[in-house]
Design a protein. Sequence first.
Length: 273
Amino acid sequence: MSTPDAFAVRQACLQRAIVAPGDAALRAQAVQFLHTSANLGGDARLAIYQRSYRARLLEAFHAMFPALLHAIGADALDTFALDFLSRHRPKHASVGRIADGFAAYLDATRPPQSADAAAGWEDFVTDLTRLEHALLEISDARGLEGEPPPKRDVRALSDDDLLRARPVPAPCLRLLACRFPVHRYWHAVRAGETPAQPDPAPCRLALTRVEYRLSTRELAPVQWELLARCDGGTSVRAQLDAVAALGLRPTADLALARIWLGNFITQGLLRSC
């Protein structure tokens, strides 16, 4: 085995032992590759790497979920994060991806709840986590910065042209249906306030990035449903028919759709119409 290959094998072995501190076999294998001294043996040196790795991951969770950190405290967040990571070891090269699936984990491990129970603390925590993770995705996603404005003005289109239009979402658009107004809580924490957990109130959120600034918008259910159908392939006519079948109020007619779609473009939710 060549020297570079041998080094790669040892490096991989040490990495596996660092991310899996409870694996005795990996630990025994890895310590063979660590220098020892009279004061510090291989096990102790490996433990330093393991503690540093764990601390770095927890720092990342604190940075990625500041509102969740405020809501449940560092001890609870660390407990949840470490249990999540023990079940879902990081596989992506970017530390920013270590929390992929964290909201789903919290939802799957929550205590049982009766079907008719009101939304409670667990729902708030899960919704808040989903919001902050979506905002992380938006921060890294391609946005509309630097793109020219849409060639067509929605408000100037004829009725027939508007009905044939196929609105295209912004690539950084994310839609969330929440049981709590967690966006207001997130904004308050970001502003340095100390908000209390809000009362449950279903809300529909459209999240995007405008000129490199994160944006959260609460929409009426009918507006949110219309925006959710703006996929670049579905015509406005088909969108209106689908939304009308939901029986929401106000009824989404062409006049309202013209206003809403124009607003969606102005607000950075749509790329074009």
